[in-house]
Design a protein around this ligand. Structure first.
Ligand code: IPE
Ligand code: IPE
Ligand code: MG
Ligand code: MG
Ligand code: MG
Length: 289
C-alpha cells in the first residue's frame, strides 16, 4: 500500500502544480466565474482520475507531456461535475473539499457558469493537445463527448436525481454512467497519450477495468456517505439519505455491500498484470475519504 500511496501523492503534486499554472489569474482573468473556477479546482481533490491517466500512459508507452495535458482536461471535467452535483437543484450540498461549495461561496448563477466554463475548457485542452496527432485528439474529443453527455454522465446524474432506480441492475447502469464514465475517459486518455488508437481488445480490457473501478468507487462513496464524517470526507455526509438518493445500501446490507466490493476488486485486479493496477482496486476499497 505504501508505494501506491506515494505514487498517488506524487502525481497529485504534479497535477496540482499544472492545474495552478493552467488556471493562473494571468490566463483565466479575475472575473467572478474565473474566481469560482480557481476556487473549485484548486481547492482540493484526490486527483484519482489523473492518476489513472498517468498509470495507463506508463503501461502503454505514452508521452508524459501528452498525458499531463489529458489529465488536466479530465480533472477540469470532473470538477465541473462536482460543482453542478452540489447545486441546490441537484444534491444541495453545502460542503466540498472541506469548504463551502462553489454555489455557497459564489452564488448559483456563477456556479452554473463555472461548471460550463470548466467543461468547455476540458474539451479545448483535449482538442488542442499538441503532443498527439489530430486523429488521436479527435478520437479523444468524441469519447469525452459521449461519456459526458446524454449517453454518459448526464444520463447517469438524471437517473440518480429521478430516484426511480428499482433494481440492483438498474443501479449498476446508473453507477456506470454517473461515475464510471469519468474513469473510462481517464483510462482511455492514458492510452491515447501513446498517440495510438486502441484496438477492440485493448479498448474492451480498459473499459472493463474502468467500469469495475467506477462501481467500487461509487459503492464505497455511498457507504462513506453513511459511515464517514464531514471532517474526514470534506463533504456533507448523510446527503444521500437526506435526498432519498438510491444507493447500494437501498438494495443490500452493509455487510453484503462490502463483500461485493471485495469481489469486484478481486476481479478488477486480474485484468492487467501490472502491480499498481492490481493494487489500485484494493486501495480504493480501503479508502476513508
Ligand atoms: C466524487 O469524486 C464524486 C464521485 C464520483 C463519488 P472524488 O471523490 O474522486 O472527488 P475528489 O476530486 O477527490 O474530491
Ligand atoms: C456524484 O455522485 C457523481 C458525479 C457525477 C459528480 P455523488 O453525488 O455521490 O458525489 P458526492 O458524494 O457528492 O461527491
Ligand atoms: Mg449526486
Ligand atoms: Mg453529491
Ligand atoms: Mg456521494
Amino acid at each position: 500500500m505504501t508505494e501506491i500511496r506515494e505514487r498517488i501523492q506524487q502525481n497529485k503534486t504534479t497535477i496540482d502544480d499544472a492545474l495552478s499554472e493552467c488556471l493562473s489569474i494571468e490566463k483565466v482573468g479575475n472575473s467572478r466565474v474565473a474566481e469560482a473556477v480557481r476556487y473549485s479546482v484548486l481547492g482540493g481533490g484526490k486527483r484519482l482520475r489523473s492518476f489513472l491517466v498517468h498509470e495507463f500512459s506508463g503501461i502503454f508507452g505514452g508521452l508524459s507531456d501528452a498525458a499531463l495535458q489529458f489529465s488536466l482536461a479530465v480533472e477540469l471535467g470532473h470538477a465541473a461535475s462536482l460543482i453542478h452535483d452540489d447545486l441546490p437543484c441537484m444534491d444541495n450540498s453545502e460542503l466540498r473539499h472541506g469548504k463551502p461549495s462553489c454555489h455557497v461561496r459564489f452564488g448559483e448563477d456563477v456556479a452554473v457558469l463555472a461548471g460550463d466554463a470548466l467543461l468547455s475548457m476540458a474539451f479545448e485542452l483535449v482538442n488542442a493537445n499538441p503532443y498527439v496527432s489530430a486523429e488521436v485528439a479527435r478520437y479523444a474529443v468524441q469519447f469525452l463527448s459521449k461519456k459526458s453527455g446524454l449517453h454518459g454522465m448526464c444520463l447517469g446524474q438524471d437517473m440518480d436525481l429521478a430516484k426511480k432506480c428499482n433494481s440492483l441492475n438498474e443501479l449498476e447502469v446508473l453507477y456506470d454512467l454517473k461515475t464510471g464514465s469519468s474513469m473510462q475517459v481517464a483510462v482511455l486518455f492514458g492510452f491515447l497519450s501513446s498517440n495510438k488508437i486502441p484496438n477492440d481488445t485493448e479498448l474492451s480490457s480498459m473499459m472493463n477495468y474502468a467500469k469495475k473501478l467506477g462501481y467500487i468507487f461509487q459503492m464505497k462513496d455511498d457507504i462513506l456517505d453513511v459511515l464517514g464524517n464531514n471532517l474526514e470526507l470534506g463533504k456533507s455526509s448523510g446527503s444521500d439519505a437526506r435526498n432519498g438518493t438510491k444507493t447500494i445500501l437501498s438494495f443490500m446490507t452493509l455487510h453484503e455491500a462490502n463483500k461485493k466490493i471485495e469481489i469486484l476488486a478481486e476481479e478488477a485486479s486480474q485484468i492487467f498484470k501490472d502491480p499498481i493496477l492490481m493494487e489500485l482496486p484494493f486501495y480504493l476499497v480501503k479508502r476513508e475519504k
